[in-house]
Structure formats: structure tokens, C-alpha cells
Design a protein around this ligand. Structure first.
Ligand code: NAI
Ligand code: MG
Length: 360
């Protein structure tokens, strides 16, 4: 029996998680779900956003289903006690190096995109971001007095961009394997023209590609990729890139699809364990009102079934059900046209459950 750690979090986390759990229950899968507090909810109970018991539950599980953390009322806490530290702590403890963010524009939502409908109709791309390396973690970093550069003697700050061969190899394998299950095309995004780190990235990705002759590979500079994502996003299939470029490009791609409330994500480690969460935060502005869109969390549960529980059929059923409720015109406020009727978080979840059961 596969074990799943359910961490609802704070803000809208518990509301959206409740709907995802209803959908999983409707599928009657052989899974064991165990809940634990995280983020602000854990701080209230245990004085820490990632208590030892919650971390241990995550480590002992095949997958983590995560809601959201980060209510504003915790903004005044010292950094190590802030809810967001929980997600960073989980990424680190689980070694989650591969972040998957699909950007799919569901047909009935084409009008919600910030791009022209014809540019995003049918959009289905996957951004794979390396999550544990790059300039975000590279040492050394710090502040000092400059000894050279344009202003010797001035105060300066510095970070270090670095990637090792094994780090690039493993994310490249992940990208080629993901592309094999899709349209067999990988675009590796770099800045090889300027940065040695990304010339190395390009070289190593090209070497790994030799093991995947059935997948097409092309390379693109990150500035051009940012442009192409808004010019002709459908040209892409899988994009793979480093931590910083991926952070920026995945947020850019998110906006092509309409609402942040629609976007799931997966973060995987080498053992296939994963953490699955909506791409949005805890939305304190709408928490407790029953209006949050639960679809990103429900779609994250589908990704969990696909990537960590090897149950693509169940994942397909959830995704088809979400497509069906959107086709039927159901809209939470974030995806509704001005003045149109909306449904609550719970009504949206109920509709997905009904569609899941109807498809069986
Ligand atoms: P946010 O994603 O929570 O909210 C941005 C806007 O989108 C808000 O207007 C919100 O109402 C709306 N929104 C988000 N999810 C929605 C949903 N499911 N349905 C309808 N509308 C939705 O980002 P924000 O406001 O920048 O951050 C709020 C808190 O969340 C912060 O403390 C931040 O640190 C934290 N955060 C946590 C993340 C996580 O748990 N992994 C990720 C991003 C932010
Ligand atoms: Mg970001």
C-alpha cells in the first residue's frame, strides 16, 4: 500500500486540500493517507513550521500532497519560524531536485489567458526546473569590500553560479524521459554564450541526449526562450533549465494559462518520491471564504498518481474530470468572466468528484 503524507498548511491550504482528498477518496485507490500540520498551522500547534513528526512522516511516505503555507499574520516572525521555511526544509530533506510545472491551457479558459486565444488554444508544455543547485545555493556568497572591478574599495555583494556534472546529468535524464511520454522534444534553456556554468550545462545535456535518440533536442538562450514563450508558446514540448531561469520562465508560462489557481506542480527526487502542490501560495486575501479554486491542488494529486504512484489511469481520470467540469461551464471566481456565475471551492470539488464517478 502506497503511503501519502497529506500536509494542508495554512491560509486556503486546508480548504483546497479537502477537495483534493474527496477526489482521491472517490477513486477508491489502495493508498494510505496520513495528515500532519505544516506551516502556520504547525507553528500554532508546535511552535515550528516543520515539526520533526511532520518531516518524518514526509520522509516515510511515497509522496507528499502539500496545500499551501504563508499567511501574512506570520510575516513578523523571525525567518526560521516563517511558514515558507517548511517548504524549503521539505525540498532539502527529501532531495527534491526536479520541479515539474505543466502549463496547460484548458480549451474553455483560452479567454482567461493574457495572450491572444489563438496563441494559447491547445497549449500543453512542461517546464522542468532544476531545484537544488545553481546560483540560489552556490557558495561562496556574501558581502565584502571590493578589491577589483569597477569600484575597488566599495561595498559589494556576490553569489556563485555552479552546477556539477551529476546534477546536470540527472535533470537531463528526467527531461528526456518525460519527453518520451509526451511529444519527444526537449528544449534546453541556457546562457552558454555568456556563462561558463551554462556552456557546461549545454555540453552535458548534449552528451546525455546520445542515450535518447528518439527524442529531439534543441538549445535556446534564456532571453530568447522568454520571448518565444509569449510569441509562440506552442512550439515547445518540454523545457529543461536551471534553478534561476526555471523560476522565472515557469512563472511566465503560468500566466499563459489563465489563473494561478489552475496550476499544479511536482517536485521529485532520485527515488521517485515527490512533493505535489499547487503553484500558488496560501492566498490570505481569500482564505476562509470558500472561494479558492481547488483545481490546482486536485491536478497536483493527479500528478502524484502519475509520477509517484505509477497509476496513470487514475491520473487521466482526474484530469478528464477537471476538463469536463470546465467544459460544463463551472467557474470559481478566479476563472470566471466578469459578471458570470461562480461556484464555491466545495461546489467545484463536488463537481469533479461527480465527473470522476461518471467516467468510471
Ligand atoms: P498567492 O499565490 O498566495 O496569491 C496571489 C493571488 O492569487 C492572490 O490574489 C490570491 O487570492 C490568488 N490566488 C492564489 N491561489 C488561488 C486559488 N487557488 N484560487 C483563487 N485565487 C487564488 O501569492 P502571494 O499573495 O504572493 O503570497 C501569499 C503567501 O503565500 C505569502 O506568504 C507567500 O510567501 C506564500 N507562498 C507560498 C507558496 C507555497 O506554499 N508553496 C508559494 C507562493 C507563495
Ligand atoms: Mg517563483
Amino acid at each position: 500500500m502506497k503511503k501519502i503524507a497529506v500536509l494542508p498548511g495554512d491560509g486556503i491550504g486546508p480548504e483546497i486540500m479537502a477537495e483534493a482528498l474527496k477526489v482521491l477518496a472517490a477513486l477508491e485507490l489502495p493508498i494510505e493517507l496520513k495528515q500532519a500540520p505544516v506551516g502556520g498551522a504547525a507553528y500554532e500547534l508546535h511552535g515550528h513550521p516543520l515539526p520533526e513528526a511532520t518531516l518524518q512522516l514526509a520522509l516515510d511516505s511515497d509522496a507528499v500532497l502539500f496545500g499551501a503555507v504563508g499567511d501574512w499574520k506570520y510575516d513578523t516572525l523571525e525567518r526560521r519560524l516563517r511558514p515558507e521555511q517548511a517548504i524549503l526544509g521539505l525540498r532539502k530533506a527529501l532531495g527534491l531536485f526536479a520541479n515539474f510545472r505543466p502549463a496547460i491551457c484548458h480549451a474553455p479558459l483560452t479567454d482567461a489567458s493574457s495572450l491572444k486565444p489563438e496563441l494559447v488554444a491547445g497549449l500543453d508544455i512542461l517546464i522542468i526546473r532544476e531545484l537544488t543547485g545553481d546560483i540560489y545555493f552556490g557558495q561562496p556568497r556574501g558581502r565584502r569590500t571590493a578589491v577589483d572591478g569597477h569600484f575597488p574599495g566599495a561595498e559589494e555583494a556576490f553569489d556563485t553560479m555552479r552546477y556539477s556534472r551529476p546534477e546536470i546529468e540527472r535533470i537531463a535524464h528526467v527531461a528526456f524521459q518525460a519527453a518520451r511520454k509526451r511529444n519527444k522534444k526537449v528544449t534546453s534553456v541556457d546562457k552558454a554564450n555568456v556563462l561558463e556554468t551554462f556552456q557546461f550545462w549545454k555540453d552535458v545535456v548534449t552528451e546525455v541526449h546520445a542515450q535518447y535518440p528518439d527524442v529531439a533536442l534543441d538549445h535556446m538562450y534564456v532571453d530568447n526562450a522568454a520571448m518565444q514563450l509569449v510569441k509562440a508558446p506552442k512550439k515547445f514540448d518540454v523545457l529543461v533549465t536551471g534553478n534561476m531561469f526555471g523560476d522565472i520562465l515557469s512563472d511566465e508560462a503560468a500566466m499563459l494559462t489563465g489563473s494561478i489557481g489552475m496550476l499544479p506542480s511536482a517536485s521529485l527526487n532520485e527515488r521517485g518520491q515527490g512533493l505535489y502542490e499547487p503553484s500558488h501560495g496560501s492566498a490570505p486575501d481569500i482564505a476562509g471564504k470558500g472561494v479558492a479554486n481547488p483545481l490546482a491542488t486536485i491536478l497536483s494529486a493527479a500528478m502524484m498518481l502519475r509520477y509517484s504512484l505509477q497509476n496513470p489511469d487514475a491520473a487521466d481520470r482526474i484530469e478528464a474530470a477537471v476538463g469536463a467540469v470546465l467544459d460544463a461551464g463551472l467557474r470559481t471566481a478566479d476563472i470566471a468572466a466578469a459578471g458570470a456565475a461562480t461556484v464555491s471551492t466545495r461546489e467545484m470539488g463536488d463537481a469533479v468528484v461527480a465527473a470522476v464517478l461518471g467516467n468510471s
